[in-house]
Design a protein around this ligand. Structure first.
Ligand code: ZN
Length: 344
């Protein structure tokens, strides 16, 4: 007999009235493997300082400093070559060219944003504005990309990566004339999140929007199974002894707050409020859109989506591209109210 401990959010999501649906809900199944990454922490460090207006002389530097998280060294590399390494690392090259172009513009904008915000580097990498890890945006050298793919991958695919970057050369995203911080993530699970529901800051262009074409994502639905005793031990190891047992979990674990995008902001365990992010981290879940199913002495934790859910969904971008949307439409869908402008 299956017991659903947290199920209300599914209904919640479906009942939400959504003012700006521009796409119809749609789903299809297929499977590419990708570890398209999500950045978790960038907004936490964002301050409220107004950003600089994009000056007429905003230009693309030829060379940039990048902290290489594999070698722990600062590399000085060509701006466009860096972007190619990001596009190739952040999305599977099998994605539609329009999705890769959207990724190229987002990656360029993200880099420019950080170069302006952290001209002298930042705490995690003091001598460079960006690093090669998921802390910023994933980047791999051509050699590493060749080594990590099948033989012939480079010859078959590099032109496509170059074309995504070169055909959008100089293009960046702005909101009211300022360079945006274009957060992105793997798979939203059907709807993206308002920035303030995930990080602390409400950002006008990072609004919750529909993301209906994510059916190809291997990360759309996830599952983690754990014994009930281990489940209880893990919770008590962090939050102390609680009155929770195999036979009372259903009454003791309640849904708290749910975000507009369908993720769990808080749950209540034995009267203690715990954030969805803490539960995600405790059980190493793909996202905070989760529910529990108890089956005797086993708990299955089901998740929807992968990553923080803010900004562009990478699998959603590919789904939109396959539906015929171009990269400008994709970017304007996921980043509310932005313009795509030329740096030079
Ligand atoms: Zn970084």
């Amino acid at each position: 007999m299956l017991k659903r401990l947290i199920f209300a959010f599914v209904v919640f999501t479906m009942l939400l009235t959504i003012p700006n649906i521009s796409l119809n809900l749609f789903e299809k199944k297929l499977g590419l493997t990708s570890e398209a990454s999500g950045k978790e922490n960038t907004l936490k460090n964002a301050d409220a300082k107004p950003e600089e207006k994009v000056a007429r002389d905003t230009y693309e530097p030829e060379l940039i400093k990048v902290f290489n998280t594999k070698t722990n060294e600062v590399m000085v590399i060509d701006f466009e070559e860096y972007l190619k390494g990001v596009v190739a690392s952040e999305m599977p090259v099998e994605f539609d060219i329009e999705a890769l172009k959207a990724q190229a513009v987002a990656a360029r904008t993200y880099l420019l944003y950080r170069l302006k915000k952290y001209p002298d580097g930042q705490a995690e990498h003091p001598k460079a504005a960006v690093c090669t890890g998921v802390h910023c945006q994933a980047w791999n050298s051509k050699d590493d990309l060749i080594a990590s793919h099948y033989q012939g991958w480079y010859d078959e695919n590099w032109d496509k990566i170059e074309s995504a970057v070169e055909s959008t050369r100089g293009q960046i995203l702005t909101y009211e004339g300022k360079i945006i911080e274009p957060l992105y993530h793997s798979t939203s699970g059907g709807r993206t999140e308002n920035s303030e529901d995930v990080f602390s800051l409400a950002v006008p262009y990072l609004r919750s929007v529909e993301s209906p074409y994510e059916g190809d994502s291997p990360k759309l639905n996830g599952s983690v199974k754990i014994s009930t005793s281990e489940f209880i031990e893990k919770i008590e190891s962090v939050y102390g002894d609680m009155d929770i047992r195999e036979d009372n979990l259903e009454e003791k674990i309640l849904l708290g707050e749910v975000s507009e995008g369908g993720r769990i902001k808080t749950i209540i365990i034995d009267d203690k409020e715990i954030s969805g992010r803490e539960i995600r981290s405790l059980f190493n879940l793909n996202s905070t859109n989760f529910s529990f199913i108890q089956n005797g002495n086993e708990i299955e934790i089901l998740t929807t989506g992968y990553g923080h859910g803010v900004g562009m969904s990478q699998w959603g971008a590919d789904g939109m591209a396959k539906e015929g949307y171009n990269y400008q439409e994709i970017l304007k869908h996921y980043y509310t109210g932005v313009e795509i402008v030329n740096m030079k």
